[in-house]
Design a protein around this ligand. Structure first.
Ligand SMILES: [Zn+2]
Length: 179
């Protein structure tokens, strides 16, 4: 399902024509994203510019974004999350060409003419999604978090030093996922 956006796009042709795609996509068709999202709060907002750069590089720039509800993996209750992805794709013909792409661009391998816009946008959102979803400390409903925050009314409790910082855990997990 698309709103004013084509399902199949021809990225090479679009770049040559300098096309702009702006509109929203339903998350219903994005099975991989649905697997981790409890509920979409918005449609996926798409704003993409297809253009030619420098010496004939075909590139796609712009943004895709959506608000979603995911499950906190510590307390298992829902949490809202905003995904905003800045897109910087360079079209290439194959894996070999993809290896040569400059750091400022992410390669997009386009072998045929037609590419699913939904899949392209879903890929961008999946990259943006954290490996682990956790509430901020203090917002989390987990028993361990309550024990930490709640024993004495009116008295502030210093976070225990031996409790792992969720951001460090997240960073470590992201790092291992990248390797
Ligand atoms: Zn939580």
């Amino acid at each position: 399902m698309t709103t004013g956006l084509p399902e199949l796009i021809d990225p090479k042709g679009f770049c040559e024509q300098g096309r702009v795609l702006s509109g929203t996509l339903s998350m219903k068709q994005m099975a991989r994203l649905q697997a981790v999202v409890l509920e979409p709060l918005t449609d996926v907002e798409v704003d993409l510019q297809f253009s030619l750069e420098g010496q004939g590089l075909r590139v796609i720039t712009g943004q895709v974004g959506a608000s979603i509800i995911v499950e906190c993996q510590r307390c298992l209750s829902p949490m809202e999350m905003r995904l905003d992805c800045f897109v910087g794709l360079q079209l290439v013909a194959d894996e070999e060409a993809a290896d040569l792409v400059d750091d400022e661009w992410d390669p997009l391998i386009v072998s045929g003419d037609g590419v699913s816009l939904t899949e392209l946008v879903e890929d961008e959102l999946l990259v943006e999604l954290p490996a682990v979803n956790l509430h901020d400390v203090g917002e989390c409903q987990s028993p361990s978090s309550n024990a930490l925050n709640g024993p004495v009314a009116g008295e502030s409790i210093e976070p225990s030093l031996d409790k792992p910082n969720p951001f460090e855990v997240l960073a470590a997990l992201k790092k291992s996922a990248d390797e």
